[in-house]
Structure formats: C-alpha cells, structure tokens
Design a protein around this ligand. Structure first.
Ligand code: IPE
Length: 257
C-alpha cells in the first residue's frame, strides 16, 4: 500500500485564493487509478486553507484571536477542496470517502492526540480509499489549531505501515541550490540525515530550499526500516504513475541511512 500526499502546491494555485487545479488533479487521479496500487490519500489545503488561516493566525490558536467565523470559513473552504478531490478520484474510478480531521481528531498543543483510525482501517478493508486533508482541528490546550497534511502523513505512516510514502509536489525534488536562481543547481536524488545536514550548512536554507527543506525533515522522520519516502513532481505528466509502478523517475528519495 502507498501513502500519498497530494500537496496544496500541486492541487491548487497557492498564489490565488481558492484556485483549484482541476486538470492536474484529474490527471493525477487517473495516474493513481492506472497504477493499480492500493493507496491511502492525504491532500494539502493550498490556497483553500493557507490564505485565510494565515490572515487570521489560526495556527496560533485562541489566544491569537482567531474568530469563530474565520474557523468556520476555513473549515468550509477546505471541505470544498476535499469534495473536488474526492469527486475527481471517483470519476477516475477510485471509490473514495472523505475523512475530515476536524470532525474526527483532536490536537494537544499542535500535536494530534492518539487519533482513532479504526474508521479508516474499516474503509480500506472494504476497498474504499480514505481521503484526509489539512484542516482546522480543535486543540485541548490552544482551543483550536491547524493540522497539516504532513502531520497526518506521519500518524498514518505509523499506523498503516505503507510500503512507500509519496509526497506529490510542484518541484522535482531537493536541489543543492535554488533552481529558480541558479541554472547549475543539481537535483539531489537521495537524501539521508547526514547529507541533509551538509546541504543545510553549505547553503542558506531559508533562501534556497525554504519549504522543501522542512519537508525533507518530515520525510526523514517517516523513513522506517526499509521504507523510503519520495518527493515527486506531480506537474510532470506520467511521473506519479511511473513511480507508483516501481520505475525509476526524477525525484528525491529520503532514506534513513
Ligand atoms: C494546511 O495543510 C491546512 C490548513 C491551512 C487549513 P497543509 O500544510 O498540508 O497544506 P499544503 O500542502 O501546504 O497546501
């Protein structure tokens, strides 16, 4: 079984509030279907979550003053996105159901509090694909907070022991320099703890890799035993399909050692 996160950067246009990349999502769902693999899916919130969550400082909880109206609106927006993703999966022939974290789980100071995953397990036994997503979630200490898709990935990987964990994003992987600023930047196809630390020392992480570096950190946490964790570009047609079929593709693989 593959645990797949469709990142907000690939399923939405992150620069424009609530802009859904319907064609890309439709194609990615078809690639998942064509691979014939059993999957468990998480997706990010992209511009359906981050824009308002940031404006209202929802990740900081009640003390930062996030209003009930803002919580309700972000919650509604990410469910709208989730409906479109689930619809695209069903249209591709994948029976999928929505599992909204805000309705099923609680957090404690930003960490998911031992979520009950029995419902997801039962759906999978029936051959139905659970689809969860980054959401606003109640927090017993902070009132509420943001549960990211990456946090869900860590919890789900621990619970369901997928053969492979895949992050689908809008970049080819981790580069040694910023590929947008430096045409000699090289893709790093394999990353372990040591090489990630080395890259962080050699370059200004904030400038160069930004979110990618943080993603690599959480990817390394997801590696267990033989299981590796892959970052792949979902904007490149057919790449996710090839990866799910076990072919070598352009990507960055995180390995424990
Ligand atoms: C964010 O989820 C959730 C909200 C802002 C409500 P993610 O952090 O997983 O979303 P992306 O993939 O970065 O867009």
């Amino acid at each position: 079984m593959f645990l797949v996160k469709l990142g907000g950067s690939v399923i939405t246009d992150k620069t424009q509030y609530k802009r859904f990349n319907s064609e890309v999502v439709r194609r990615l769902c078809q690639e998942i279907k064509d691979s014939g693999q059993m999957v468990l899916i998480v997706h990010g919130a992209g511009s359906f979550g981050h824009v308002l969550a940031h404006d209202h400082r929802l990740a900081e909880g009640q003390e930062a003053g996030g209003s009930p109206e803002a919580i309700a609106k972000v919650s509604l927006d990410v469910r709208e996105l989730n409906s479109m993703v689930v619809s695209a999966l069903i249209e591709a022939g994948i029976p999928a159901v929505s599992i909204p974290p805000g309705a099923c789980f609680m957090m404690s100071d930003g960490q998911l509090r031992s979520p009950d995953l029995e419902v997801m397990r039962r759906y999978m036994e029936l051959g139905i694909v659970p689809v969860s997503f980054g959401d606003v979630v109640l927090d017993e200490r902070k009132g509420f907070g943001i549960c990211s898709g990456d946090q869900l990935m860590e919890v789900l990987a621990d619970a369901f022991h997928p053969d492979r964990v895949v992050f689908v994003s809008d970049i080819d992987g981790l580069f040694d320099r910023d590929p947008k600023k430096d045409c000699h930047a090289q893709l790093i196809d394999r990353v372990d703890r040591e090489s990630l630390d080395r890259i962080s020392c050699e370059i200004n992480v904030k400038d160069v890799t930004g979110g990618v570096h943080g993603k690599m950190e959480s990817m390394l946490r997801l590696c267990r035993g033989q299981r590796d964790c892959v970052l792949v570009n979902g904007l490149a047609e057919g790449r996710l399909l090839s990866l799910l079929q076990g072919e070598d593709v352009t990507c960055t693989v995180a390995r424990k050692d």
